[in-house]
Design a binder for this molecule. Structure first.
Ligand code: PEP
Ligand code: MN
Length: 338
């Protein structure tokens, strides 16, 4: 059993005395945002029940919630339905769809400039690009680091775009947040708890990608880790999961959209690029995601896909991306959102 205290409360003397009086063993924690008390398994259940009814009455004002199951995403499941994530004048999770596009990696100023010049005329809100790249192989390109962040920031400013970029290491969170408008947590880090806690302490909105083998429950609990450390500006991102299917890089689980909409008020966006692994399937999945109610899309785009340092097969060319944006704009979305 877990007792979560209201924001700003730490266990009072009176509260701890009631634990002692009933000989209830516990361990208390403070995330810096919420305090919670883990009630250690008790031998006598009857004592616990009597104690709990007394305890809840006596300490009502301090307690936010008593969880019988610690695997409850208590904070994220209570986020207000009307809550929107605001980045400048962009609102994520409302009527407007958020479109994030750009290359897998930031390669050079010229590369980002050519891409942003075209994307900025096609109606996107966010320019993406990785400066710190997670790689399965230790010998791959790992990104330009801070130099890449500087390129992303200056090109985005020039074209009046907001930015999204991945952070890999808890030690880099503050630095990356000082350049970017949204932090991205990649699939390989969905359960990197120290990273989740660090972005939880940041004010910067976070895109939390689903772990490639994570269940919905694990994904929501990862979001809870961020929220429990103080940051409720979380955007879920489905990017394809591992299944037995080997025809595509991953399997895009669009059911995640209605499922998450039912469970939580967090916005959910779809990344069809890392799901498909090849560019030709991306437009169909992007249209399907919007039709299914996604709050936005993240799509890898490159001015010369064949020369992309990473994920070159899945990058849409600028023309292909423009065509997709045109198709999305002509979809009669009102039919789907009634
Ligand atoms: C990316 O967005 O380039 C990326 C590495 O994504 P994922 O974590 O989904 O593989
Ligand atoms: Mn990529």
């Amino acid at each position: 059993m877990v007792i979560i205290l209201n924001h700003g409360f730490v266990p009072s003397e009176a509260l701890l005395t009631s634990f002692k009086n009933f000989q209830i063993q516990y361990k208390s924690y403070n995330t810096g945002y919420v305090s919670y008390i883990y009630v250690l398994p008790q031998r006598e259940n009857k004592t616990l029940e009597a104690w709990l009814s007394y305890f809840q009455k006596e300490h009502f004002s301090e307690i936010k919630e008593v969880l019988w199951n610690e695997k409850t995403p208590a904070i994220v499941s209570k986020i207000d339905k009307e809550k929107r994530i605001r980045v400048g004048d962009i609102e994520i999770g409302g009527q407007q769809k958020c479109i994030i596009a750009g290359p897998c990696c930031i390669e050079s100023y010229d590369q980002m400039e050519q891409i942003a010049l075209s994307l900025s005329t096609s109606g996107i809100n966010f320019l993406r690009g990785g400066a710190y790249k997670p790689s399965t192989s230790p010998y791959s390109f790992h990104g330009l680091g801070e130099e890449g962040l500087k390129i992303l920031q200056s090109v985005a400013l020039k074209y009046r775009l907001k930015t999204v970029t991945e952070v890999l290491d808890p030690r880099d969170v503050e630095k990356v947040a000082s350049y970017a408008d949204i932090l991205q947590i990649g699939t390989r880090n969905m359960q990197n708890f120290s990273l989740l806690h660090e972005v939880g302490q940041s004010k910067c909105p976070v895109i939390l990608k689903r772990g490639m083998s994570a269940t919905y429950e694990e994904w929501l609990l990862a979001a809870e880790h961020i929220a429990a450390y103080g940051n409720e500006n979380i955007i879920l991102c489905e990017r394809g999961i591992r299944t037995f299917e080997s025809g595509t890089r991953n399997t895009l689980d669009l059911l995640a959209i209605p499922y998450m909409k039912k469970r939580v008020s967090l916005p959910i966006i779809i990344d069809p690029s890392h799901a498909a692994g090849v560019s030709e399937y991306i437009p169909a999945m992007a249209r399907a995601a919007i039709a299914a109610g996604a709050d936005g899309l993240m799509i890898e785009t490159h001015h010369d896909p064949a020369s992309s340092y990473k994920d070159s097969k899945q990058a849409l060319s600028l023309n292909e991306f423009n065509r997709l944006m045109h198709d999305l704009n002509t979809m009669n979305l009102s039919a789907f959102f009634m």
